[in-house]
Ligand binder design. Structure first.
Ligand code: UD1
Length: 364
């Protein structure tokens, strides 16, 4: 029996690394495919090194393009692979274009799909990720979920409960197993800031960065935050392009840098006074670390981070950020609690379920 694990973009790597490593330690026969949706050294290669992932057996090198062309290229390459190698199970993670493309190809070839981080919903179909999540879930046989809302969403959409497996959060498995090494690096030192005395910022969502006016407003909000705390801002390539082609300028205490490696970013996040972001995964990582998080979005597909954790959705145009900053700086922010099953063993649970599947497969 051959299991095919698929990754494509940065947020996939930390979710799939523990799943793949657990499969290898249990002796599963696995093939590992990287679509190459993310290809820059700092968006891809460095994660393989730091997370001690095996080299991909196949690299498609699809690169960047429009959604249709990027997705189509991944589908074409992955179909060829599936026809040749005939995997018996395809494992995909998250909500990026590579997730959708691989899941569609496999299901059309009647290969069962397992979706890691299934069932999350922002209920905002203007987000490409929401469309990717919905379609992937509806062609998957195994839904590995991270929080209760995901289980409910899937049942609401008619997915049979026996296909839903509440396993916890693989990305948090990776966080726990790397935190000590991340702190050993003291990644704040190169920025000349002290632990607990800086803010960390990430911005890459098309709705925030693709329009000049929106990005300019965000920049002026960030400049204001920097009056209270220095702001470290690792810039995503999409955002870097927009900034480079505009007249947007940042205050002296906003420190722009290239995308950071996993350990540096984790170490910085864990000692931030506040993280300001429009990412999906960072909302979860800050909750696991008990660090205040301001999410620059109108909705979240990860409600447990707001209900239980340290996350709050903020409107950058109103007074939300100012009010939140005052609470944070006066240490009045909720410490939050760990969502159920974010305990470092999600990947093990996933592999137990895959292992039972292998056994039924062998007895047929
Ligand atoms: C993708 C995911 C998003 C995820 C994000 C994390 C989709 C639809 N979106 O968005 O959910 O949160 O990754 O980073 O899959 N680029 C480079 N080098 C790279 C990768 C991208 O320069 O290694 C630039 C290219 O100019 C490209 C742009 O970034 O056009 C966007 O890349 P793309 O893969 O289309 O989407 P992301 O914005 O990275």
């Amino acid at each position: 029996m051959i299991i095919c694990n698929v990754v494509g973009a940065r947020p996939n790597f930390m979710k799939m690394a523990p799943v793949i490593n657990e499969q290898l330690s249990q002796g599963f026969n696995q093939v590992f495919v990287h679509t190459g949706q993310h290809y820059d050294e700092k968006m891809s290669q460095i994660f393989f090194d730091e997370l001690k992932m095996p080299r991909p057996d196949l690299y498609f090198g699809v690169g960047s393009d429009t959604h249709a062309r990027q997705t189509a290229r991944i589908m074409t390459e992955f179909e060829k692979f599936c026809v040749e190698r005939k995997p018996d199970l395809v494992v995909v993670a998250g909500d990026v274009n590579s997730t959708l493309a691989a899941a569609l190809v496999a299901s059309k070839l009647h290969i069962p799909v397992a979706h890691v981080e299934a069932g999350l919903r922002s209920f905002d179909k203007t987000m490409p990720e929401e469309l990717n999540r919905i379609v992937t879930d509806h062609v998957s046989e195994f839904h590995f979920t991270t929080e209760h809302s995901a289980n409910e969403n899937l049942v609401q959409e008619g997915i049979s409960p026996d296909k839903i497996h509440f396993v916890g959060n693989c990305m948090i498995d990776t966080l726990f197993s790397h935190l000590e090494r991340a702190l050993d690096r003291r990644p704040w030192v190169p920025f000349s800031v002290s632990p607990g005395e800086y803010a960390l910022l990430t911005l890459h969502r098309p709705s925030n960065v693709d329009r000049h006016e929106t990005l300019a407003k965000l920049a002026s909000m960030i400049n204001k935050v920097s009056e209270s705390l220095p702001v470290i801002f690792p810039v995503h390539p999409r955002t870097a392009k927009q900034i480079a082609s505009s007249d947007i300028s940042f205050a002296r205490r906003v420190i722009l840098c290239e995308p950071l490696a996993y350990l540096s970013f984790l170490g910085l996040m864990s000692k931030s006074r506040v993280v300001i972001t429009d990412s999906g995964g960072i909302q979860e990582e800050t909750t696991a670390l008990g660090v205040p998080c301001l999410t620059l979005r109108a909705n979240t597909e990860r409600p447990s981070t707001v209900l239980l954790g340290t996350n709050r959705l903020v409107d950058p145009n109103g007074s939300d950020v100012h009010t939140a900053m005052q609470e944070i700086l006066s240490d009045k922010w909720r410490k939050g609690e760990m969502p159920p099953l974010w305990d470092g063993f999600a990947s093990r649970r996933i592999c137990e379920i895959i292992s039972s599947f292998i056994k039924t497969f062998q007895t047929v």
